[in-house]
Design a protein around this ligand. Structure first.
Ligand SMILES: [Zn+2]
Length: 179
């Protein structure tokens, strides 16, 4: 029986301070060596890719500011399995401790020869514009916060992150011009 849920928490320095039993079983399922030594390590040791890290940092900052991220879909494949999971991220009232709870939504066998492009995953067909000043993203003609962009574009489900294109949104450009 595959692991269905797991959770972990980080402190204000983004160090992993608590993991549950599901976390260890999930690590075992994926053949992660040294999962038992996860406590005290930086969350960012476990996040691959510059683009993903950047988006997750923005998202974490928003959640620490008290924004509710709701549930976000993300991909977490194992050596032989393609997984779609949902993650819920919440912070405590002080914004220091952040708790991640994930739940398995769907799992299917992963082809041994992974195609270069997985057709079932939304493909990135261009650049994603981000406002340099307020860190909002342009999605369907609307400037939205990172948690909304991640949900609408299913960013964490993609096998590849879109390239970020730095821009300035009308609101920030108006503020700057008025200053
Ligand atoms: Zn802006």
């Amino acid at each position: 029986m595959a692991v269905q849920t797991l959770s972990y928490a980080i402190d204000e320095q983004d160090h992993v301070i608590r993991v549950d039993d599901g976390f260890y079983r999930f690590a075992e399922e994926n053949g992660w060596d040294g999962a038992g030594a996860s406590l005290g390590r930086s969350l960012w040791d476990f996040v691959a890719g510059e683009g993903v890290r950047r988006l997750q940092r923005l998202l974490l900052r928003r959640i620490r500011e008290g924004v509710r991220g709701g549930e976000l879909p993300f991909r977490c494949d194992g050596p032989e399995v393609r997984r779609e999971m949902d993650i819920r991220i919440n912070s405590d009232r002080t914004g220091r401790i952040v708790l991640f709870s994930t739940r398995l939504r769907a799992a299917s066998p992963r082809p041994t020869r992974q195609p270069v492009f997985d057709p079932s995953v939304p493909r990135e067909d261009g650049f994603l514009q981000i406002c340099t000043w307020c860190d909002r993203f342009l999605v369907d003609g609307e400037w939205v916060e990172v948690e909304v962009a991640a949900k609408r574009l299913q960013l964490f489900l993609r096998s590849e992150m879109p390239q970020l294109d730095h821009d300035i949104c009308p609101r920030c450009s108006g503020t700057l011009l008025a200053a």
